[in-house]
Design a binder for this molecule. Structure first.
Ligand code: ADP
Length: 379
């Protein structure tokens, strides 16, 4: 079994795959970008075919480290590492980015490729089902190119094992034959840079985690940083927003740029229909309240999560599975999307026996004391 060295990758039947679609392995890779104009055109075509929400997000992504707002420790460290690697004429080391969804991991991966003036191949853990999926991608990577694997904690065990030698020794080992006749055939890869992103660093196996030379945690953004995100996005979209309007959206965005951009879009629509299109604090407040986003930035699911612990489980502790079943939501959604921000803000506390609501949640939702919770809700 042999694989071609580079571009002209072959399908299962050994057919030539043209460069233009070589990375379209059955929809397994979302997008590829490059510094060449030909690839930029390709990217535009891909972007146009995406859902409006995706396209909207894509247009607002910062392209360079200098445009990336917040996460200053991560940005500074990356700047040094990428500059040093570029000066040595070497590919960057493998980089792991972890943190809650919407904080800019994908954006950063694309920026890394841009800063290194190289191409990026973008895929995700669940899309890589069989070893052939990952080997096909790896064998197509040129020296210095970036392979971005989103949701890397969701790789299958067999695919993950192929990555170990690929990351460490830049080779993959094919095993053919069975039992006593099994033989291993090593296949040399070019020195690529793997950028992995995960919302669950704890779910990564130690051998995989240890193969990343740089590991960065992205934290929630401050209201000031999100205000800059809102103003930047408003500028790109041509939305008129004053300082107080931007601050109001930022305050209610759960520390998350993706949410800030989504709320900006909702407020923009509201301002167009109900005002002269200008986003002020009053307009932002009205629009977001109508959207079900409260003054602390909690949405309906956040409030339902907290109210369920308060009302059904007397404030906790309660296990997350029981909670998910009660509110008819996926456990993963609660763990990955809902809980991190509530934990960070002290609305919920994690104990060995389960989740408990924090005092701040009680007062925010208008529950006075554990004993009078039920009566308060009835009033
Ligand atoms: P993740 O991969 O962590 O889920 P993304 O990289 O997809 O998050 O970011 C979501 C959106 O938030 C992007 O479309 C981008 O416009 C915006 N965004 C993320 N980080 C930043 C940042 N540091 N500065 C400005 N906008 C950002």
């Amino acid at each position: 079994m042999s694989f071609p060295r580079r571009r002209e990758s072959r399908g299962k039947a050994g057919r030539e795959i043209p460069d233009s679609i070589r990375n379209d392995t059955g929809g397994k890779m979302a997008r590829e970008r490059s510094v060449s104009s030909e690839d930029q055109q390709q990217e535009e075509i891909v972007a146009k075919s995406e859902a409006p929400e995706e396209q909207f997000a894509w247009n607002l992504r910062p392209q360079k480290l200098s445009e990336y707002i917040g996460q200053s420790d991560v940005v500074e460290s990356l700047q040094v590492a990428l500059t040093a690697a570029a000066n040595r004429g070497e590919p960057a080391e493998h980089i792991l980015l972890h943190g809650p969804p919407g904080l800019g991991k994908t954006t950063l991966a694309h920026i890394i490729a841009t800063e290194m003036q190289t191409r990026i191949t973008h895929t995700a853990g669940p899309a890589l089902e069989k070893p052939v999926d990952i080997v096909g991608i790896l064998s197509n990577l040129d020296t210095g190119e970036v392979l971005f694997i989103d949701e890397i904690h969701r790789l299958s065990r067999t695919v993950e094992e192929y990555l170990y030698s690929a990351m460490e020794d830049f080779e993959v080992n094919f095993i053919y034959g069975k039992g006593a006749y099994a033989k291993t055939l090593p296949y040399q890869l070019r020195h690529f840079t793997l950028v992995g992103a995960t919302t669950r660093a704890g779910m990564l196996s130690a051998p995989l985690r240890d193969r990343f030379g740089m590991v960065y945690h992205l934290d929630y953004y401050s209201p000031e940083e999100l205000t800059r995100v809102v103003k930047r996005s408003a500028g790109i979209l041509g939305v008129e927003v004053d300082d107080e309007g931007a601050q109001e959206i930022a305050r209610r965005s759960r520390g998350t740029p993706r949410i800030a951009n989504r709320l900006l879009r909702r407020v923009r629509d509201y301002a167009q229909v109900n005002a002269d299109g200008k986003v002020t604090q009053k307009i932002a407040d009205e629009a977001l309240t109508k959207e079900g986003v409260d003054a602390a930035g909690l949405d309906r699911l956040d409030r339902q999560y907290l109210a369920t612990i308060l009302e059904n489980y007397k404030g906790g502790p309660v296990g997350v599975e029981a909670l998910a079943a009660t509110i008819n939501e996926e456990t993963n959604t609660l763990v990955d999307v809902v809980e991190p921000y509530l934990l960070k803000m002290g609305f919920v506390i994690r104990t060995p026996s389960g989740r408990k609501v924090g005092e701040v949640a009680r007062s925010h939702l208008g529950y006075t004391s554990p004993d009078s919770d039920a009566q308060q809700r009835l009033l």
